[in-house]
Ligand binder design. Structure first.
Ligand SMILES: Nc1ncnc2c1ncn2[C@@H]1O[C@H](COP(=O)(O)OP(=O)(O)OP(=O)(O)O)[C@@H](O)[C@H]1O
Length: 960
């Protein structure tokens, strides 16, 4: 061992972040070092200290503590201290000779480059070198995967959701409407898209706007399923923020749409924030008409003008009429949807477009009629794609077919921006049965209704009773109303089964709760818009509790929107809503993913009132109870007014009177359904479920999950960072901080935690953390390793009989990577890509002949002292071999960069072509947009061309 002399510079092998240390004193068997960079001193045992003497050699560049740089030409030793001679590089003294005693070396010098560390004698364990290389490989594979961002969610793999998520999240700044039927997983689809956008860096700042009642549900779903920590913003939170603009204090923010719409100051602040993506749930509330657009619509419209990405979620897009629906489409893509009349005209052509799509899907080669058909929609330009389908090889035919289909879907119909999955198309949902329960009309209701002129009162006679009958000591309405006793009997009959009751008005819900408690002692939860969010969540949780929860929850219309109650199988519609989409929203509380039984819908109605008429109109006219009703809004557009007139109390309509309307409605309903099925819905269905098999994607995801491989890898990573892990059960581990942990480990709680690598287990055991390749614990710890110098040097003994003892091999791992504005998303095309070189004494690169794992299995550790001596002795050959390795690596860079450039260009060209084609039919597509795309491509191309090569790891192996 070199002896210590005060003034010498040494570096700590275990605390490289301390910079260079100076020997202060030598006291018998102890040595004290001062690390001027941090001001810390350390006491070491001379015989057993993790220290390496710092000694530079001719050719090395060193920095003085004054900041100037010198290239060393000679080293002189005197009384154990070194003095460097050399030439200054850079600055005003460039080229001048200089002398630098080691005490004048910069204190912050750190050897983190592999060759510097190795030559300075900082050698890591072989297992960490291997872990580092594996990490680079996994990282590269993950970043290149087309499924990146979609595999990490704690959700079942449901094909229609994954298709939409992949389709949308692949886009830059996506602007789409997710309009799956109620309860089919729009929140999950949105979560997958957000997760993907965040993981890939396409988005960083996201704002979610939801109805107040859904804030908490969203927060929980985002955290529980996607590990996304959104912050809930309300007035109090904003007031307590430490910034003039509270929205600048978090990246992921969720607040209610009402909060922003009704608060000019907060809205202005939100407008001044640099968001990447805006999400609006229950977007049918964005009502628009030319003279009087709603405040909510205007709020979102203004935000959406300056936020690049926009996701609108609604199960009932046409609930507020076709104008509002069109206005929302225009929010998403003003170029494509610029003229309502033109759009409505175009809707009529959906059927022939759907036929053309069908022809493309069904025909292996395209007959002449199909060709003409396509040309009539897409113009003569598409002829060469048609020729490819008829004459090209299999791959070309498939890609040309795909491009034609995409063009058809994009330019005709709502194509790229509207996704709607229906139960009918997806299949596998439990059925629904309805039962009506006619109840006699109480005399007091009859009296109250005689004076009524409004439909609303006859639909909800308890309101008419309360406003018209004003005698003293009158009974509450629920004592008069026969539906109360009926409900109590039903609840008794269903005993412990959960029953969700929905009525239109909050007061009715409250009174009913009283009625149940007073008359029968049945405790019921209530849930309505006038309750605070906490109260609502508490009521929902009480209802959900299997063991001690309430049998019944009574909800008002608005209060229950978007909520998940699929664990219940009985739904009581205490009254009926006035629009078919509202009815669909009500039934959707139970008819959702996760519903396991046939849903029983119970509808009590009072005979002789509008309730009875409406029940029959919905049931036999629209068939809206037993089945979902995609045609509801359109039929309502046509017959709504007539229906309203008949429902008016003054009209005295009988069931017989309404029969003709019911028959007309049924006929129109069949016609509209068929029309939708053949046209718009057919296009939507193909767009929403995808053209190729989604099963393949599920298989790919399952393959990419690799729970066993991930578990093995993480066990190594835990070990590398000093985290203790032990088996819990199959695919599950218990992990906790170890006593030798070098640094804190991402997301590891101090008390330890149980993790599973298995999706099924994660879905059934909420208490376990679901580790996937995309979990922040995994991705952050991978990054932590790659940004440190851990494992970037190693020396090992190579046990291979075919090699002469003493033969030296050098393994150099390079990484080629590009840099550029985050928004350019260049790592889609060129993620950090490892290049491995294995140099033998003849300067050949053996990397392709000797696999990493094969070589690794033949290696044995060498003692650190021995390794340092070896490196010192072999300095010159190591440098020569390294130079050769760099040459090989440089040769490998160009093909990698060229491939990345072509991928970038083909993606942008496709987008430019689309805009150019849209411009032909729509003058609103601006030339600047196309120019912008071209510029982005040019900048991206330039950045890729400037990709850098750097050495990431170095391993020296000696045969023995
Ligand atoms: N892939 C999935 N894995 C596990 N659970 C799911 C999945 N998709 C949906 N669910 C569950 O199904 C229910 C309905 O999903 P979600 O709330 O996303 O539907 P929605 O379409 O947004 O509903 P609504 O139309 O009422 O707003 C939720 O309880 C959700 O957690």
């Amino acid at each position: 061992m070199t002896s210590f002399v005060p003034g010498q510079r040494w570096i700590s092998d275990t605390e490289t972040e301390q910079g260079l240390g100076t020997v202060l004193t030598l006291d018998g068997r102890m040595v004290t070092l001062l690390f001027p960079a941090t001001g810390e001193t350390r006491l070491y045992s001379v015989n057993n200290c993790p220290l390496t003497r710092v000694q530079f050699n001719p050719g090395d560049k060193v920095e003085s503590h004054e900041g100037w740089i010198m290239t060393v030409t000679d080293t002189i030793e005197s009384n154990g201290l070194l003095t460097y001679e050399g030439v200054i590089s850079g600055g005003s003294s460039d080229g001048q000779a200089a002398v630098l005693p080691e005490s004048g070396l910069g204190n912050f010098i750190r050897f983190n480059k592999p060759q510097d560390r190795m030559l300075a004698g900082q050698i890591d364990q072989n297992s960490n070198f291997s872990l580092r290389y594996k990490t680079l490989q996994h990282n590269h594979k993950l970043k290149r995967s087309p499924l990146r961002g979609l595999v990490g969610a704690r959700t079942s793999l449901i094909p229609h959701q994954l298709h939409i998520a992949r389709e949308v999240s692949g886009r830059h700044a996506p602007r789409v409407m997710l309009a799956d039927e109620v309860g089919m997983g729009k929140t999950i689809e949105a979560g997958l898209i957000l997760h993907q956008q965040l993981v890939t860096g396409r988005a960083g700042r996201i704002l979610i706007l939801v109805p107040e009642s859904l804030q908490h549900q969203w927060l929980v779903e985002m955290l529980r399923r996607f590990n996304l920590h959104f912050s809930l913003f309300d007035e109090e939170r904003c007031r307590n923020a430490d910034d003039d603009n509270p929205f600048n204090t978090e990246q992921l923010i969720l607040c209610s749409l009402d909060f922003l719409s009704n608060n000019a100051e907060r809205f202005e602040q939100a407008m001044q924030t640099d968001w990447d993506l805006l999400v609006v749930d229950e977007a049918h509330h964005l009502v628009w008409d030319e003279e009087n657009p709603s405040t909510e619509y205007c709020t979102v419209e203004q935000l959406s003008r300056h936020i690049p990405g926009l996701l609108l979620l609604t199960a009932t897009p046409e609930q507020m009429g076709p104008e509002s629906h069109f206005a929302r489409l225009r929010l998403l893509d003003p170029d494509r949807f610029h003229d309502l009349e033109a759009y409505q005209e175009e809707e009529k052509t959906y059927e022939p477009v759907a036929e053309a799509v069908q022809e493309l899907l069904e025909n292996d080669r395209l007959p002449e009629t199909a060709q003409k058909h396509l040309i009539s929609f897409l113009g003569a330009d598409c002829q060469n794609l048609i020729d490819n389908i008829n004459m090209g090889d299999e791959e070309l035919r498939a890609s040309s077919r795909d491009r034609l289909l995409r063009s058809l879907l994009d330019r005709h119909g709502t194509g790229r921006i509207l996704f709607r999955n229906t139960r009918a198309a997806v299949g596998g949902f439990p059925g629904r049965v309805v039962q009506g329960y006619p109840q006699p009309l109480p005399e007091l209701y009859q009296i109250a209704l005689e004076e009524e002129t409004e439909t609303r009162s006859s639909l909800y006679p308890e309101l008419a009773y309360q406003s018209r009958i004003t005698v003293e000591d009158m009974d509450p309405w629920w004592k008069v109303d026969p539906r109360t006793d009926w409900l109590i009997n039903l609840l008794k009959l269903l005993k412990k089964q959960k029953v969700l009751v929905i009525c239109a008005n909050a007061n009715t819900a409250l009174d009913l709760e009283d009625a149940l408690r007073i008359t029968s002692g049945i405790p019921a939860g209530v849930f309505h818009e006038n309750m605070s969010i906490v109260e609502r969540d508490r009521a929902a949780a009480w209802f959900a509790d299997e063991e001690y929860g309430a049998q019944v929850l009574i909800c008002s219309e608005i209060g229950s929107e978007g909520r998940n109650f699929q664990f219940a199988h009985h739904l009581v519609l205490f009254d009926l809503p006035s629009h078919p989409d509202l009815l669909e929203q009500r039934i959707g509380r139970l008819d959702r993913i996760g519903q396991t039984e046939t849903i029983k819908i119970h509808v009590p109605y009072i005979t002789g009132t509008s309730q009875e008429l409406l029940f029959h109109w919905y049931d036999r006219g629209l068939d809206a109870f037993a089945d979902t009703c995609p045609s509801g809004s359109m039929v309502f557009e046509k017959h709504g007014e007539q229906l309203q007139a008949l429902l008016q109390p003054e009209s005295n309509t009988t069931l017989e009177d309404i029969e003709p309307l019911i028959s007309e409605t049924a006929a129109l309903n069949t016609e509209v359904k068929e029309h939708l099925h053949n046209g718009r819905d057919r296009l939507l269905e193909i767009n929403s479920r995808g053209l190729s098999s989604n099963e393949d994607m599920i298989n790919d995801i399952e393959e990419q999950e690799e729970p066993r491989q991930l578990k093995r890898y993480m066990e190594k990573l835990f070990e590398g960072f000093g985290v203790e892990s032990e088996d819990h059960s199959r695919h599950c581990l218990v992990i906790r901080p170890g006593s030798h942990m070098v640094t804190s480990f991402p997301m590891l709680s101090a008390d330890g935690m149980t993790v599973t690598f298995d999706r099924e287990m994660a879905l059934s055991r909420e208490d376990m953390h679901f580790l996937t390749w995309e979990h922040p614990m995994v991705s952050d710890s991978m990054e932590m390793l790659l940004t440190s110098d851990m494992g970037n040097t190693s020396v090992a003994l190579l046990k291979n009989k075919a090699l002469k003892p003493g033969t030296m091999l050098l393994e150099a791992i390079y990484v080629v990577e590009s840099s550029g504005d985050r928004r350019l998303q260049l790592d889609r095309y060129l993620p950090a890509t490892p290049i491995r070189c294995l140099i033998d004494p003849g300067m050949n690169n053996l990397a392709s002949r000797v696999a990493f794992d094969t070589l690794n299995s033949q290696l044995q550790p060498i003692k650190k002292g021995m390794a340092k001596k070896l490196v010192k002795a072999q300095r010159e050959p190591i440098l020569k071999m390294l130079e050769r390795a760099e040459g090989y690596a440089k040769d490998a860079v160009q093909p990698i960069v060229s491939e990345a450039c072509s991928a970038l260009l083909s993606a942008v060209t496709e987008e430019i072509k689309r805009l150019a084609a849209l411009k032909a039919v729509n003058p609103n597509v601006r030339d600047e947009e196309i120019e912008h795309l071209k510029n982005q491509a040019a900048i991206g191309h330039q950045c890729l061309q400037n990709a850098m090569l750097r050495l990431d790891g170095l391993r020296l192996m000696i045969a023995g």
